[in-house]
Design a protein around this ligand. Structure first.
Ligand code: NI
Length: 233
């Protein structure tokens, strides 16, 4: 499931993040790439243990914690500590690749732990009119659907299945800044998460229209019983 969650960062969080990013020490993005992806990866990243990175991570983690839509869509069990990248000048693209299935956390409170990457996340941090190119292109596993090209407003989040082949198109003007990270979900399968998300959204819409009727209470029970059947905590 591809899901666009608008305004995960508010204006104040975005401004704070941008000022930290402007001062930050960027380094070659290939340090965290796997063998295949290192050959096609040309961008810059913030060092994972740096104090500026830690402050930026806290901004993102706080924003995720405040987003009900993020919770219901991702059903997060573990969130990989957010990382930050920049595509600009000569380091301006990331060719087709697939994200590693399991990632080791190298720094911070989760250090030494492993995160299974069920969901890939990109939080856009630069306004789309401040750079050219830089679309995130996600190939669908179904050939009839084709690929989807995504470029979102600053502060907006994209969730997509980590199982997909994807790339970042060359940036030909300006800088594309983003945070990227992965979710290990309580519900491992994308199709089950999608069903739960759709059911939850329908229940919310019904509740807004009709209040808590007996039927809606029953449907809410069905949602939780499905989640109980599928969740690993
Ligand atoms: Ni990737």
């Amino acid at each position: 499931m591809l899901l666009h969650i608008p305004e995960v960062l508010d204006a104040a969080q975005l401004a704070r993040a941008r000022s930290l990013l402007a001062e930050a020490p960027w380094s070659d993005g290939r340090v965290t790439a796997g063998t295949q992806s290192a050959q096609v990866k040309h961008n810059e990243q913030l060092p994972e243990g740096h104090p500026a990175t830690q402050q930026l991570q806290q901004i993102v983690i706080d924003a995720l914690a405040a987003s009900l839509l993020f919770f219901t869509a991702a059903l997060p069990k573990k969130v990989f500590p957010p990382m930050f990248n920049r595509y600009a000048d000569a380091a301006n693209q990331f060719g087709n690749h697939i994200d590693n299935a399991v990632r080791l956390v190298q720094h911070g409170a989760m250090r030494g732990g492993r995160v299974r990457t069920d969901i890939s996340c990109t939080l856009f941090l630069a306004e789309p009119d401040s750079y050219d190119g830089g679309e995130l292109v996600i190939e669908s596993p179904e050939p009839s659907v084709g690929s989807q090209r995504v470029k979102l407003p600053a502060g907006d989040l994209l969730l997509y299945p980590a199982s997909t082949v994807h790339r970042v198109e060359p940036v030909t003007r300006g800088s594309r800044l983003a945070s990227f990270f992965w979710i290990e979900s309580m519900v491992r399968r994308d199709d089950q998460r999608r069903l739960l998300y759709e059911l939850d959204m329908q229940i919310l819409a019904l509740r807004e229209a009709h209040g808590d009727t007996e039927t809606i209470v029953g449907l809410t029970g069905t949602y939780h019983n499905l989640l109980r059947m599928w969740a690993e905590t």
